[in-house]
Design a binder for this molecule. Structure first.
Ligand SMILES: NC(=O)c1ccc[n+]([C@@H]2O[C@H](COP(=O)([O-])OP(=O)(O)OC[C@H]3O[C@@H](n4cnc5c(N)ncnc54)[C@H](O)[C@@H]3O)[C@@H](O)[C@H]2O)c1
Length: 258
């Protein structure tokens, strides 16, 4: 199926790229389960979007919660065809100063959480289904002060490929998308710090930040049968920024706040 009639779960769907993905999939005829750690926001977004959607609560770092999400979808809908995992968080600290609990928190959500999602989605999604993970430009470009996020996203790319290999026998495809800078609630606070956005854009050949809808369109493609021979792939969506250097976010923050 290319869209109409598919049931797709969007995790981290209450905000930013996930919300834009939910909107895009609804416009293309999917039934969309918007799941988020903020279950109330997920339900509210589903009500606002209307159409064939519903909200649900999930914490990707909690295995029982993830299993319950997919079991609930199976109970209510019989089967599902796709999952997009947009749940993610970041933090800023130099390696030598890094709080270990904070490092673990980011890895727990961005990497271990993604593993838990692929584990429970992979065992339940319909044969021929499609799973999409959200990696980042930071999986290939190191950023000063971003060790937890960079490490988690880099690991996520190998997690995506290993899962793609293991699920290929059931014709389930597993791919990642790697956005560059997209202004969402995750990145908006950094955008107010002088120099950060300008530095990003100076290092982006196409000369601007991205829109959540531009990431959502690529995710829809990877969920659709138009991408039926693509698996284990990571799609960079960043205006060409992967060909240049990553801005020194920590340096800009230090300049602004001392
Ligand atoms: N915005 C960017 O520039 C950018 C760039 C590269 C990669 N990404 C990745 O894209 C994904 C979406 O980012 P965004 O910018 O839309 O962020 P966002 O903060 O707008 O959305 C993230 C969503 O994930 C949810 N979430 C957080 N922890 C969760 C958990 N434990 N379980 C379930 N849901 C949880 C949040 O409640 C939120 O709704 C993230 O994985 C992020 O790392 C974003």
């Amino acid at each position: 199926m290319s869209g109409p009639g598919k049931t797709t779960v969007v995790i981290g769907g209450a905000s930013g790229i996930g919300l834009a993905t939910a909107r895009e999939l609804l416009a293309h005829g999917h039934f969309v389960v918007i799941a988020d750690i903020d279950g109330e926001a997920a339900t509210a977004r589903a009500a606002e979007l209307g159409g064939t959607s519903e909200g649900a609560s999930v914490d990707v770092s909690d295995e029982a919660s993830v299993a319950a999400l997919f079991d609930g979808v199976l109970e209510r809908h019989g089967s599902f065809d796709g999952v997009v995992n947009c749940a993610g968080v970041s933090t800023l600290s130099l390696v030598v100063d890094h709080d270990v609990a904070e490092f673990r928190r980011v890895v727990d959500i961005c990497l271990t959480g993604a593993f838990i999602v692929l584990k429970h989605a992979g065992s339940r999604v319909a044969d021929g289904g499609s799973l999409v993970t959200l990696s980042s430009l930071n999986a290939r470009q190191p950023g000063v002060g971003l060790v937890a996020y960079c490490s988690a996203k880099s690991g996520l790319e190998m997690l995506t490929q290993v899962t793609a290999l293991e699920l290929a026998g059931r014709k389930i495809r597993v791919n990642a998308v790697s956005p560059g800078l997209v202004v969402t609630p995750l990145t908006a606070p950094a955008m107010d710090i002088p120099g950060i956005k300008d530095d990003y854009i100076a290092n982006t050949p196409l000369g601007r930040s991205g829109e959540p809808e531009e990431i959502a369109a690529a995710i829809r493609f990877l969920l659709s049968d138009d991408s039926r021979w693509i698996t284990g792939e990571n799609l960079d969506i960043n205006g060409g920024a992967h060909m240049q250097r990553y801005p020194d976010i920590h340096g800009h923050v230090m300049k602004a706040f001392g």
